[in-house]
Design a protein around this ligand. Sequence first.
Ligand code: AP5
Length: 209
Amino acid sequence: MGMKGSIVLFGPPGAGKGTQAAAIVDITGKPQISTGDMLREAVSSGSSLGMEAQSYMESGNLVPDEVIIGLIEERIKEPDATKGVLFDGFPRTIPQAEALSEITDVCAVISIEVPDENIVERIVGRRMDPETGEIFHISFKPPPSEISERLIQRKDDTEETVRQRLAAYHNQTKPLGEWYAERELLIPVDGSGTIEEVGEAVSSAVRSL
Ligand code: AP5
C-alpha cells in the first residue's frame, strides 16, 4: 500500500482516535488534522464558523458537509500538509470522502473498532488537559493528581449526547467504512482492549503500510 499520501483514522466517537493519533504522528511524521479540535477552537474563538457549528456539536449531530469540506480545503494548503497528513475524525460521510479524494490521496484508513456498549463509559469518563491537550480517563487513564484540578470535560460528553453521536455514527459514518473497504483501503483494528493493546495494534498496522 505504501505510506505516500494521507492516513485516515476512522471509528465511532470515543473509540480512541485522539489517544492513538500521537503514535501515528511519531511513526509517520505526518501532522494530525482533527476536525473536532478545529471546530472546538472555532467555537471558543467565537468565529462565525464556530457559531454555526456549535449547536450541531452540542446536540451530537454532524456539522454540515460544506462547512467541514471548506475547513479542510483551507487547512490542506498549509506547508506542513504537502506530504500527506493524519486525518482524525474526518471524513465522516461519503460526500466528505468524495471531496477529499479530489484534494489528496488517501493511502490507508485505520478503523478502530469498539462495540457501542464500551463507548458510553469511555466518553462520560473522559477529561482533557486544556494546557497540553492530553486526553485522560477517570478510570482507564487517571490523570496525575497535581493537574486534576485544571482538567475539563467536553460539553458534548454527556450520556444523552453520546447516544445521539452514536446514532449519527451508525447512520452517516459507518457506511463510509464499507465505502473505503470496497476501495481496499480499510484496515480494521480491534479497539476493545486496553489503551496499550490498541496502541500496539495501531502502530503495527501503520508500520506495515
Ligand atoms: P470529535 O471531536 O471528532 O469527536 P468524536 O468522533 O466523537 O471522537 P472523540 O473525540 O469523542 O473520541 P476519540 O475517538 O478521539 O476518543 P479518545 O481518544 O478521546 O467531534 C466532535 C463533534 O464535532 C462531532 O459530534 C460533530 O458535531 C463535529 N465534527 C467533527 N468532525 C466532523 C466531521 N468530519 N463532519 C461533521 N461533523 C464533525 O478516547 C475517549 C476516552 O476513552 C478517553 O477518555 C480515553 O482516555 C479513553 N480511551 C481511549 N482508548 C481507550 C481504551 N483502549 N480503553 C479504555 N479507555 C480508552
